[in-house]
Design a protein around this ligand. Structure first.
Ligand code: 21W
Length: 236
């Protein structure tokens, strides 16, 4: 899986994504991440990439040309491989990201992320290059960089081999609309609190039943919206 990022802060993104599991996936060659600095494509002598909005208003707007040229540059590398990738604009106005979207994106060979900063991007270049608009939720951030990192992290762990555990990433939280059961490790007793007896019993059927019960219990308590769906799916 090849991730391409158009951003004004490539170092921030490479640093974040080179850490932990995504970093190991890069080392193993399972994913690669190329962050292109939009500023490298400005033709202005002072390196400006933004300007005042026509019609007035607060803040600055990112100009079309450097983004257009940065996108063209990235496409040159990709088209050599013969694929036409989706261009995802990270924006508060996009589809709200979830696991289903992560699974859909994980099927692609290349993904291009466009990250805005300041108040936004000149609409004309968005019309020309963007295929998808994605938000990560209804709160206001300072730019699209952290949201793109969130999406890349979620998609990366669905790439075969990225997680080294035996159970595939598919059988996890948000499957069947249930939250996960509580987990415990050594020691058996911590400050007077014991690990639930059933987990020490070695009785696999009972353990499975206990975990399902706990999953249902905490979904009802913490995520009543998911619990509703679970009940409907199970005719309860
Ligand atoms: C915040 C951009 C506010 C634009 C027209 C007139 C990407 C994000 C972002 C940001 C505005 C995501 C305006 C959840 C987010 C992002 C920066 C408002 C003002 N437009 N997901 N005036 N939350 N945020 N523009 O903030 O770029 S995905």
């Amino acid at each position: 899986m090849h991730f391409h990022i158009l951003t004004l802060f490539p170092e921030m993104m490479m640093q974040g994504l080179s850490t932990s599991i995504t970093g190991r996936a890069m080392d193993k060659g399972l994913i690669d991440i190329e962050a292109t600095n939009i500023r490298d494509f400005t033709k202005e002598k002072h390196g400006h990439v933004d300007d005042y909005p026509y019609g007035g208003g607060a803040g600055m707007v990112m100009q079309a040309e450097p983004i257009y040229l940065a996108h063209q540059h990235v496409m040159e590398g990709i088209e050599a491989r013969g694929s036409k990738p989706r261009v995802i604009y990270m924006t508060p106005q996009g589809r709200v990201f979830n696991q289903e979207i992560a699974e859909e994106l994980a099927k692609e060979e290349d993904l291009i992320f466009l990250c805005g900063h300041y108040e936004g991007i000149d609409e004309r270049v968005l019309d020309m290059i963007v295929t998808d608009n994605i938000s990560i939720g209804d709160y206001v951030l300072t730019g699209g960089e952290l949201p793109a990192m969130v999406v890349i992290d979620a998609v990366s762990r669905l790439v075969p081999g990225v997680l080294n555990n035996d159970v595939s990433a598919e059988f996890e939280s948000f499957n069947d609309n249930l939250l996960e059961y509580p987990q415990y490790t050594r020691p058996e007793e911590f400050m007077g609190r014991k690990v639930p007896e059933v987990l020490l019993s070695g009785h696999h059927k009972n353990i499975e039943a206990w975990r399902l019960e706990k999953s249902i219990e905490r979904t009802k308590e913490r995520r009543p919206d998911l619990y509703e769906k679970y009940c409907k799916d199970h005719n309860k």
